[in-house]
Write a protein that binds this ligand. Structure first.
Ligand code: ACO
Length: 332
């Protein structure tokens, strides 16, 4: 039996503190002109003081839940896509569970970097379609501002913090909102984007090398990888969805670089008006960038619901994920 899935609510949350490119040019050898021209980024929201990725995730999750009308006690799973929560354990998903009172949910985190939201959609879809779960909350929340070396201009200027959430349930009509999900990984390119874990050996054995635990990225290789591989991966997913590319209303790509977004727009022959981009305001918020972009675009009227959309993300791993979805009225 095919169980249709409904995207019942979405939401996002970003920190209030905003840093502009000009602010960064005071602490780094960079400029607004360089950052804007190479990436499209104008500013980013960052955590300050004791604010955490978990708090952002809780707020985004509550918004998605409220829109869905689902009682937190009815949530079967919380899946958090979080590369830098407050703790390695308890998981970010468990911390969100406690805060929203989802007492009956099983909870776990996934690590797929910027593809995390789409990986979460793929896993949740499989749980619902198999009859294992009915209601699943996916929360993508990342605090990349705490993982970058703020003396390294080649990475630090690219990122911001934020959270986005999607509440899935079984459809009460026959419409399936998740038409296809295609997940890929290319572990052989793992050295393109890396963040090492800290940790020292037991003092009575030979010591291990001290590692740099900041985000390290070979931006040029990531760029080449994405523009070469992503369009074909997207086309494969669209083919599985049963729709034609020309029938899909919007493209919502991961917000990593405006030049990558424009390259996708051209290669897939989308109108600029139908390609969602808010990198100017938020920079790269990792796994949160897609749900932030969708929610904000629906709320501002740039995405007109009901509609269909391609969501596509890529990130460390290398991981890539694409979903073809339907977005109903009233979800944001
Ligand atoms: N300000 C000023 N100059 C800079 C800066 C900066 N912030 N950063 C680098 N430069 C300099 C470099 O030192 C270099 O100088 P040189 O020519 O004297 O050596 C010059 O600018 C050009 O640097 P490139 O790295 O060649 O610049 P490029 O045009 O490739 O742009 C960028 C770099 C923006 C990172 C681009 O490669 C990119 O966006 N790549 C994709 C990144 C991406 O999508 N990442 C996803 C990560 S998501 C995740 O999973 C965490």
């Amino acid at each position: 039996m095919n169980i249709p899935i409904k995207i019942a609510g979405i939401g996002f949350n970003v920190p209030k503190t905003v840093i502009t490119n000009d602010d960064l040019s005071k602490i780094l050898d960079t400029s607004d002109e360089w950052i804007k021209t190479r990436t499209g980024i104008e500013k980013r929201h960052v955590l300050s003081g004791n604010e955490t990725a978990v708090q952002m995730g809780i707020e985004a999750g509550k918004k998605a839940l409220l829109k869905s009308g689902i009682n937190p006690k009815e949530i079967d799973y919380i899946i958090a896509a979080a590369s830098f929560g407050t703790h390695i354990y308890p998981s970010t998903a468990c911390e969100i569970q406690a805060a929203i009172g989802a007492d009956n949910a099983a909870c776990f985190d996934i690590t797929a970097a910027c593809s995390g939201l789409i990986y979460g959609l793929g896993i949740a879809r499989a749980f619902i379609k198999s009859g294992t779960a009915k209601n699943i909350l996916i929360v993508a929340t990342d605090a990349v501002s705490r993982c970058v070396d703020w003396t390294d201009r080649t990475t630090s200027v690219l990122f911001g913090d934020g959270a986005g959430a999607v509440m899935l349930t079984v459809s009460d009509d026959d419409q399936d909102d998740i038409l296809a999900v295609e997940l890929k990984a290319d572990g052989k390119y793992g050295n393109f984007i890396q963040m090492a874990t800290p940790g020292k050996n037991c003092p009575i054995v030979e010591q291990n090398e001290e590692k740099n635990t900041f985000v390290k990225m070979n931006g040029k290789e990531v760029y080449k990888y994405v523009v070469t591989k992503l369009p074909t991966y997207i086309e494969e997913c669209v083919e599985k969805s049963g729709l034609k590319l020309s029938e899909i209303d919007y493209l919502v790509p991961h917000q990593a670089n405006l030049r990558i977004i424009e390259a996708l727009e051209q290669r897939l022959d989308f109108d600029a008006d139908h390609v969602i981009s808010n990198i100017q305001e938020y920079a790269n918020t990792s796994a949160a960038s897609i749900p932030i972009a969708i929610t904000e675009a629906i709320q501002s009227g740039k995405i007109k619901t009901p509609c269909s959309a391609i969501l596509t993300g890529f990130g460390a791993g290398m991981t890539v994920g694409t979903a073809v979805v339907r977005l109903r009225e009233g979800i944001a």
